[in-house]
Write a protein that binds this ligand. Structure first.
Ligand code: FAD
Length: 393
């Protein structure tokens, strides 16, 4: 009988898995269910906010995956029946699977931060899924007067893209420096430390002087209430901050379909077997990318791609009755502080069933030369091209 593999989500994790499963097992029927006809990446969306990229450059469609024989279905998966092994769709007939891979990314915990619900996100965008939210934030920044205050509310761990909020303020500072140099940026953080912190802070000082201020948890940085109508936020100890543009990155959890399928735990994320990303709770369901619990791997597009390749191999080996392979993972997160100033963190990992173990890694050096920072900016751009090619192009 033909093997039937169904994948939900055509982002970094899901599209990678679809492509690699179809490549390894051309005779299998591989269906990719993705709600959007066009996927816009979060990587480089900060560069769009900074004026270094057009929005269209972030878009990828699924025509190349379809051309490889993957059945691409543009629809929302509404439910998974893990007993009958079927995925229900909003507008198409239900699909049977032998193996199901979920890569739905994140959803937001609306109201976990008091006052921040979906309606509030129209006034104070999160822009943490690239799309209309990102365009809205950019318009707000463009409409802001010179001398205004941009506030970014950064969440506790774990969340999508640990360096993302700090790259975002860097790119917005770059935009302000060109167009509204009297403006200020305030980061209100629920944490006391963040990814590549020393490198970011050194870069901010170098390029933007005192434009960016970071308030950590210990200095009353944690926001507990949002008034999106007034563009005000209130911290744990009652300090009210007034913004001109307010970007709230709220607490997150696995995409809704993972919750519906019964693969999430109390944390809202999905516990998996670290060696193949199979759900610990439901047979024949695999979950990769941001939705999964893969710490110390970050929730990054690079990691989702690496996890998807391991899961794809595991799915194919299992369907063919072959022995499992040893899992290796890698991650690199590039961030841009200014157009010619890139930094990175890179790690390699191995895994047994219960743990992902970091084997090596490190960050860019402090006090790097201008030439070194330029090279890392170039590597970041090359990474984006290469991974897009690997996944969608
Ligand atoms: P996603 O890429 O979000 O894909 C999930 C897909 O599933 C979506 O297309 C969604 O429409 C679809 N979907 C969900 N539910 C359903 C359903 N029920 N039915 C049908 N379709 C569904 N990572 C890096 O590696 N490098 C970077 O430089 C980087 N920069 C970032 C900058 C920002 C500002 C942000 C926010 C993130 C950044 N990331 C970066 C992180 C990266 O975007 C995520 O880690 C990555 O997208 C995770 O991939 P995923 O496949 O898990 O989810």
């Amino acid at each position: 009988p033909t093997h039937r593999v169904v994948i939900v989500g055509g982002g970094f994790g899901g599209a990678t898995a679809a492509r690699y499963i179809k490549q390894r097992l051309p005779q299998a029927e591989v269906s990719l269910i993705e709600a959007q006809a066009q996927y816009y990446t979060c990587p480089f969306s900060n560069l769009y906010l900074g004026g270094l990229k057009d929005f269209d450059e972030l878009g990828h469609d699924f025509s190349n995956l379809a051309a490889q024989g993957i059945r691409v279905i543009t629809d929302l998966a509404t439910a998974v029946d893990t007993e009958q092994k079927r995925v229900h769709l909003a507008h198409h007939a239900a699909i049977h699977y032998d193996k199901l891979l979920l890569a739905p990314g994140i959803d937001f915990k609306w109201n976990a931060l008091e006052g921040y619900d979906e309606a509030a996100s129209l006034l104070a965008p999160h822009a943490w899924k690239t799309g209309p939210q990102t365009q809205r934030l950019k318009k707000q920044l463009e409409a802001m007067p010179d001398g205004g205050l941009f506030i970014l509310v950064a969440p506790e761990n774990p969340f999508r893209c640990p360096p993302g909020p700090y790259e975002r303020v860097s790119m917005i500072a770059h935009y302000f420096k060109q167009h509204k140099p009297r403006s200020k940026i305030l980061i209100l953080d629920a944490k006391d430390a963040f990814s590549k912190q020393a490198l970011f802070q050194q870069g901010w000082q170098q390029h933007y002087g005192s434009m960016i201020e970071w308030i950590p948890f210990a200095q009353d940085g944690k926001v507990v209430r949002v008034d999106a109508n007034r563009l005000q936020v209130e911290t744990e100890f009652g300090t009210v901050h007034q913004a001109d543009v307010l970007n709230v990155i709220p607490p997150q959890q696995a995409g809704a379909i993972a919750v519906q399928a019964g693969v999430t735990d109390n944390s809202g994320w999905v516990p998996v077997d670290s060696s193949n990303f199979a759900s610990q709770q439901v047979a024949d369901v695999y979950v990769v990318g941001d939705a999964s619990i893969a710490s110390p791997m970050p929730k990054s597009g690079f990691a989702a791609n690496a996890q998807a390749k391991v899961a794809a191999t595991a799915i194919v080996n299992d369907l063919l009755g072959q022995d499992p392979a040893q899992a290796f993972y890698a991650n690199t997160c590039y961030s841009l502080i200014a157009p010619h100033h890139g930094i990175s963190v890179a790690n390699a990992y191995v895994a047994d069933e219960t743990h992902v173990i970091e084997t090596s890694g490190g960050v860019s050096p402090l006090d790097g030369s201008a030439a070194f920072r330029q090279k890392e900016a170039d590597y970041g751009a090359a990474w984006y091209k290469a991974i897009s090619q690997d996944i969608w192009n």
